[in-house]
Design a binder for this molecule. Structure first.
Ligand SMILES: Cc1cc2nc3c(=O)[nH]c(=O)nc-3n(C[C@H](O)[C@H](O)[C@H](O)COP(=O)(O)OP(=O)(O)OC[C@H]3O[C@@H](n4cnc5c(N)ncnc54)[C@H](O)[C@@H]3O)c2cc1C
Length: 447
């Protein structure tokens, strides 16, 4: 029986662990560098009693196997929501997505420019070589300038002309000109688009509440505080920071792909050079706890403008009454990206976030005194950028790794943002076990 070792106990690693348990497989272990499980989908409770996620996390999926697993793990301890997501632009909120709702903005010059951009582009032939050109091509000058370009610059923190557009599918609402015209004429909000227009959230423990429920299935095989620092594929051995070693026949790695490559001993030169091409954004996630009841029923809001550092703010306390110390409190969770292309000061991000909330009229100047908790999470890997050349790089790297009995999967392990959500990650973890043990084709992560 092959010894299977899983590196990382985030959703992908836990998905693999769950599947091995389900199959009754007996020779496996899982190693995690943190002293908790859940990875980017973990949650933390602060001293004041607020629970914080690492950025707004909601559960939604069209994968039946994942949805059944969530039902089994959470039973009825989960809440269901209809999306209330908004965009703050020029002192007004309009519903998300922008391209279906810009006509509701009171600034009629903005509306005209967006419509005119669409007409100019209607049935335009032409080519586009990167994400930035793709945006202008499909949305026209107005929508691009008011929303798509500034918002994407804020999220990705990476030059948009270094990004590909081949990942878009479910992630960006492309233009349906007939639907837009109907919306404009009938002056109607159109907020139904998208795979996440209804979503679920655990009743307790935040998003991490879901992943803690995988723990019983890892019984005795989970090792925390184990930071892998070197991997020797020839000896099939992994070395940890504390000097301990673990041997494997097959390694399922869920750590960022470029870091995995860095750790591999005696690798070919091209492999190391490939890892240097990878681009990603990091994030500051700032929680702000306020001592008054929540004034809004919104879920989250997008911020394309530069009078706030964040690209998104969630009313986290609206997801469950258990997210705050009591009903007389509410919480904001603000997300700001940074990268080697865009620096943001860690020292001032909390204060800049509060100022951004004031500038965006989410908090009144005099309500600063009601802030009872601030919580800063500095996340080195937040968004895996679909950089130009990514798919070829991944294909070559994964084929080399598979030859060494190493399977790299997950949000940063597989580096495919389009299949990098929690459902995709758990399923990648489960499906790679099916591939290794049953030779089944994977359906979520395709190389
Ligand atoms: C801001 C933000 C918002 C998001 N919102 C949503 C959402 O609304 N809905 C949704 O479905 N998904 C969302 N996601 C995505 C979700 O967080 C990921 O899909 C999921 O956490 C990825 O799981 P993973 O196991 O692949 O990676 P990770 O969660 O990154 O887990 C990898 C694990 O490997 C461990 N590790 C790393 N290096 C080592 C090492 N050297 N040795 C040992 N262990 C190591 C890490 O500590 C970590 O626990 C969001 C992500 C972000 C950043």
């Amino acid at each position: 029986m092959k010894k299977i070792v899983i590196l990382g106990a985030g959703p992908t690693g836990l998905g693999s662990a769950y599947r091995l348990h389900e199959m009754g497989y007996n020779n496996w272990s899982i190693y995690e560098k943190n002293n908790y499980v859940g990875g980017l989908s973990a949650s933390f409770r602060d001293k004041q009693g607020f629970t914080w996620d690492i950025g707004g996390h909601i559960i939604f999926s069209n994968n039946d196997r994942f949805n059944r697993l969530v039902d089994n793990l959470l039973h009825n301890e989960v809440l269901t929501f209809k999306r209330e997501s908004w965009i703050w632009l020029k002192n007004n909120f309009i519903q998300y997505p922008f391209q279906s709702n810009f006509h509701m903005h009171p600034d009629k010059e903005l509306v005209f420019e967006c419509v005119w951009g669409l007409f100019e582009n209607f049935q335009k032939k032409g080519c586009y070589k990167n994400f930035e050109e793709w945006i202008y091509h499909f949305f026209g000058e107005g929508i691009a300038r008011y929303f798509m370009i500034p918002y994407n610059n804020k999220v990705w923190a990476c030059p948009l002309n270094r990004m590909d557009y081949n990942w878009i599918a479910e992630r960006v609402n492309v233009i349906d000109i007939r639907r837009i015209l109907k919306n404009i004429i009938s002056q109607k909000d159109d907020s139904e688009w998208g795979p996440n227009n209804t979503f679920r959230y655990p009743l307790s423990g935040g998003t991490g509440g879901l992943f803690n429920r995988f723990l019983p299935y890892t019984h005795g095989r989970l090792y925390l505080n184990k930071n892998a620092v070197r991997i020797a594929p020839d000896r099939k051995e992994m070395v940890f920071e504390d000097g301990e070693k673990a041997s494997y026949d097959v390694l399922i790695s869920t750590i960022p792909l470029h870091e995995l490559i860095d750790k591999i001993e005696d690798k070919p030169g091209w492999l190391g050079r490939s890892a240097e091409e990878f681009l990603w954004s990091s994030g500051y996630m700032v929680g702000i706890g306020i001592g008054k009841p929540c004034p809004s029923n919104k879920n989250w809001m997008y911020f394309p403008e530069n009078d706030s550092p964040f690209y998104r703010v969630t009313y986290l306390s609206n997801y469950s009454p258990n997210m705050t110390p009591g009903g007389q409190f509410f919480s904001f969770l603000a997300e700001t990206s940074y990268s080697r292309f865009k620096t943001v000061s860690r020292d001032t991000i909390v204060e800049e976030t509060i100022q951004g909330l004031v500038n965006s009229k989410l908090l009144k100047e005099e309500e600063r005194s009601l802030i009872v908790s601030t919580f800063l999470m500095d996340i080195p890997h937040s968004f895996p950028v679909p950089f130009i050349g990514r798919d070829d790089a991944i294909r070559n790297i994964q084929s080399f790794l598979a030859g060494q009995n190493i399977y790299s999967r997950g949000r940063f392990g597989g580096w495919k943002y389009e299949v990098g959500n929690m459902d995709h990650s758990v399923m990648q973890g489960m499906e790679v076990v099916d591939k290794i043990l049953l030779d089944k084709e994977e359906t979520v992560y395709k190389i």
